[in-house]
Structure formats: C-alpha cells, structure tokens
Design a protein around this ligand. Structure first.
Ligand SMILES: Cc1cc2nc3c(=O)[nH]c(=O)nc-3n(C[C@H](O)[C@H](O)[C@H](O)COP(=O)(O)OP(=O)(O)OC[C@H]3O[C@@H](n4cnc5c(N)ncnc54)[C@H](O)[C@@H]3O)c2cc1C
Length: 497
C-alpha cells in the first residue's frame, strides 16, 4: 500500500471504550460492532489492495440516530467514514484506524413511488437494481446502471456520481437525482433539491452529488424514473483494428445518433469474456463494439441500419444485430461479465478509471499497451467508448514481491496520460484514496484550495472521510486566511467587518 493515510490520533485511540459506549447509548442493540472478528468484513471496500480495521462500526436505523452520532463525533473531535455497500473501487469507504465507520445498510426501504411525477423516494441503503425492480412492473426503470448495480447502494451512487452503460444517453447519477436529505457533521439535517425538476438558490445538490462522503451523510434520495423504451436492439461489431472501432464510435456520435449504450473491448477482454460466457464473440478481431439503440420500434430499426452502415465504412469485419431480447442480452452478457472473466487471466487485477476525449482513443490504447510492455504487466481494456471512459484492467500477482507497486505505478501513468490528452482522472469510480495524490496533475494549488473551502463550509473540523480526495488537507482557518501584501489589503473597496 503506497498511499499514506492521515496518522491515527492517539488520543482518539485511547478513548475507544468511551466512544463505543457513547455510540451504544445512541444506537442500542446490535447496531454497534466493536469486536475484532466482526470488524473484519469492514476493513476494505472494492479496492481490496488497501485494508484498515475501523475503530468501531455503527449501523444506525433512523435519521435522528445519524444526526446524534455525527453531532457527538463533531463535538468530541472523532473522525467518521460513511459507508454504503462497500463496492467503491477507489477506496472511498476505506476505514481509518481512529474513525467511526458509519454504515448505512439498515436504511434499506423505498419510501414512495410516484408514477405521475415519475420519481422514487428511497433510503440510501437501497441497492441500485432494487429501484428498477420496484417500478419495472409498471413499465418504468432507473437509468444509471453501474455493473455493480446488484450490490451497490443508491447512497454510494450519489456520493460517487456513478455511471453505467446507459449513462451515455440518460446521464450519470447527477442527472437522475432530484433531491437528497443529508445530515451535516454538526448533526444538522438539510434538504437539497426536492420533487420538482429544479429548485431555487445555489445548486448545492450538484455539489453534493459526487462529493465522496466528504460533505455529509445522505439519508434520503429522490430519484427520477423513466418509462421503459418500446424497443431496444443491440449490434455486435468486430473490427480488425482499434483505430477502426474508435473512429466508428466518433462517427456514430458525429452523425447525431446517441445510442443507449456503446461499449468496446480489446482483444484480451474479448477472449476472456468469450471463454467465460460462450456467447459467440468473434475471436479474430482486435476490437469489439456493442451498440445498443432504444426508442420506438421504427426508430430502432432505422438507427441500427445507420450504425451498421457507419461500422462497415470503418472496416468492420463482422456485424450482427440482435433479433430478440434474448440475443440482445447475450451480446451484453460477455461485457457485463468482463471483469470477473478477466479475473481468470491473472491472480489479481487492478481496475483503472479515467476519461479521455473520444477521438484520442486509438492513440491512448496504443500508449497503454506500450506502458504494459515497459512495466512487464498484462492489461485488458474494457470501456464505455461512447463517453470516453476507460477501464484498463492491469493484471498482476499480489504474491509476487513488487508487482502491486508496479501495477499502481502503471495505473498512475495511465491516469497521467488521460489528463495529458485532455481528459480527466476519473470517469465514474471517484478519486477516493486511489487517485488522491494525482489530483495536482489536474488541478492547480488554487483550484484545490477553492474545492477545500467548499469542504470547510460543510465540515469545518474536517472530520468526515479525511484522507480521501484531497492530497493535502489544509486547516480551514489556514484556507480562509487573508493574504496582505506589503500592507495592501486585497479588494480595498470592499467593506470589512
Ligand atoms: C464489480 C464492480 C463493478 C463496478 N462497476 C461500476 C460501474 O459500472 N460504474 C460505476 O460508476 N461504478 C462501478 N463500481 C464502483 C462502485 O460500485 C460505485 O462507486 C458505487 O456507487 C459505490 O456504492 P456503495 O454503496 O458500494 O458505496 P461505498 O463503496 O460504501 O462508498 C463509496 C463512497 O460513498 C460514500 N458514501 C456511501 N454511502 C453514503 C451516504 N449515505 N452518504 C454519504 N456518503 C456515502 C463513502 O464514504 C465512499 O466515499 C463497480 C464496483 C465493482 C466492485
């Protein structure tokens, strides 16, 4: 583990028994976990290379309990790490030795379904897929669909601004959340947004979605639901070169077609996925593109012909269009199973997440392959091609000394490359601990200071999820300090209080 976390506060560690007793007074019964064996399952999230046993775990059941826990911790200077289902791939829910891990798993109820206003009100521990399951009988669904949707929580999705295959057309979590209820570190309960499509005042909801558990604990979410499309069909297209596939993606979007999903896999990923699910993926191609079109039947038929035409013009060597839903699902089965399938290629893999401008795809993949060679590690590429979100899966063996360090260094180089070509450090997995120290590659000291001022406005004692997202955490007083140069106060015309 090469990333350093904030040093544990010895004073807090020595007060463990008192902290556990205080939490038990707020959450009675089995809601406080303090014995070593029961703490084990919480020591990691989806970024399993990083582990840390938490000080204690608390599983509140009511908003009032969350409020009292946070207010007590704030008063006593105790750190808190919020946790949903623990599937974060960037270490967002990684515990700290001196922090209370606040698990939201018991907030697992859907509170309201309103088909007229097309929304669902849910507690944050409800899984992503459970939202769609609750409304599909009436012909609706919740569009953002991370591959982890069977397990990940809506609260975690809000914190990470999660995405999925359908986000190209229907937007990320941020485009599908209408409002949240959130408890601040001082125990105050606030509501941001609401049941309407827009709300007055500053867009604090936009600030909170994607804030990675640094600003408050989400206790309720209002989500937009959509009517299921009349028809959907998928095309499975093989290319002899990555360039051909990349250009096809650009040309489809350039033609004004926004598919419901547009995913690409490279040779390693295609072979791993086909061996895993046996759905007939072509094995003699360098790139496989899955394009899904949805809408009215006639629209789907027309657009799939258009996509096929564009694919052939870019040198596609196979192109199959799904004839029914079963075949469409089979096309997706390999892509959906690509991560576990790649797990067969090496004892361990490290899933990266960066975003690039679509047109740089072929060049970036070429450079990723060169990096793989220079690090002596394998890589399989699976990506949301439509929005330029790459997921290189770096293959390594954690039991071989030094391989994890090399995998991390390789991953960091990939992310630097994303920024270098005009992209960003993360597509949908968040910054967490994984990309924290790379933030200066993308943001200036001044940018980061402004972001931290937002953090200070919500959590001035910096107790909520410390060690994540920001490479160096300045004290809030330090950030607010005014710089007086040679006796000259900046903006002298402004009234001072
Ligand atoms: C196999 C696999 C596939 C994946 N595929 C995708 C994908 O396609 N797209 C994608 O976007 N992600 C994907 N992920 C990553 C992950 O599932 C998402 O980031 C997800 O949103 C995390 O949700 P969670 O409930 O597990 O949150 P956790 O991992 O528990 O926490 C994630 C972050 O959210 C914060 N948090 C959690 N709950 C709350 C709350 N109630 N209030 C405030 N902060 C909170 C935590 O502090 C942490 O910073 C994948 C993960 C795995 C393991």
């Amino acid at each position: 583990m090469s990333i350093k976390m904030p040093a544990p506060d010895e004073g807090t560690l020595s007060r463990r028994a008192e902290i556990v007793a205080a939490l038990r007074a707020i959450v009675p019964g089995e809601g406080v976990i303090a014995d070593d064996a029961s703490l084990k399952p919480y020591e990691s999230d989806g970024l399993t290379a990083y582990r840390q046993t938490p000080l204690v775990v608390v599983l509140p059941e009511t908003v009032q309990q969350v409020s009292r826990i946070l207010a007590w911790c704030d008063r006593e200077g105790v750190r808190v790490v919020p946790r949903g289902a623990g599937t974060s791939l960037s270490g967002g829910a990684l515990p700290l030795a001196d922090a209370v891990l606040l698990g939201m798993a018991k907030f697992n109820r859907i509170l309201d379904i309103d088909y007229e206003d097309r929304l669902v009100v849910a507690q944050p521990g409800v899984t992503n897929l459970a939202i769609t399951r609750a409304v599909e009988g009436n012909g609706f669904y919740y569009a953002p669909d991370p591959s982890s949707q069977i397990a990940c929580s809506i609260g975690g999705n809000v914190a990470e601004n999660s995405g999925g295959v359908h986000c190209l057309k229907y937007g990320l979590t941020t485009n599908n959340v209408l409002g949240v209820e959130m408890v601040l570190m001082n125990g105050e309960i606030v509501r941001l947004g609401g049941r309407a499509l827009d709300s007055a005042g500053l867009d604090l909801l936009g600030v909170v979605v994607g804030s990675e558990g640094l600003l408050g604990v989400v206790t309720e979410v209002i989500l937009r639901i959509l009517p299921a499309p009349e028809a959907a069909r998928a095309l499975l297209i093989g290319f002899p070169t990555i360039e051909g596939g990349g250009q096809c993606v650009a040309d489809v979007i350039g033609a004004g077609i926004i598919p419901a999903g547009m995913e690409m896999m490279d040779r390693n990923a295609i072979h791993a996925a086909e061996a895993f699910v046996n759905v007939g993926y072509p094995l003699d191609v360098e790139a496989l593109l899955i394009v899904e079109l949805d809408g009215a039947e006639a629209e789907c038929a027309h657009l799939s012909e258009e996509v096929e035409r564009i694919a052939l013009a870019n040198g596609a060597v196979n192109c199959r269009t799904s004839r029914d839903d079963a075949e469409r699902m089979a096309f997706w089965a390999g892509r959906k199973a690509a991560f576990p399938a790649v797990g067969r290629l090496a004892p361990d893999y490290y899933c990266m997440d960066g975003t690039i401008p679509r047109r740089r795809l072929p060049e970036v993949l070429e450079r990723i392959n060169q990096l793989a060679e220079s690090y002596g590690l394998g890589v399989a590429n699976v990506f949301h091609a439509g929005d330029g979100n790459l997921h290189p899966l770096i293959l390594y063996d954690a039991n071989k000394p030094g391989e994890l360090d090399r995998a991390e260094a390789f991953g960091n180089d990939i992310l630097r490359l994303c920024v270098e070509v005009g992209g960003v450090l993360t597509g949908e997995h968040g910054v967490g601990v994984e990309k924290r120290d790379l933030m200066p590659e993308m943001f200036s000291e001044c940018d980061l200071a402004h972001q931290q001022r937002v953090k200070c406005a919500f959590d001035p004692n910096l107790l909520l999820n410390p060690g994540k997202v920001f490479p160096t955490l300045h004290r809030c007083a330090e950030l607010g300090r005014m710089h007086v140069h040679r006796g000259q106060v900046p903006f002298p015309e402004l009234p001072r209080f």
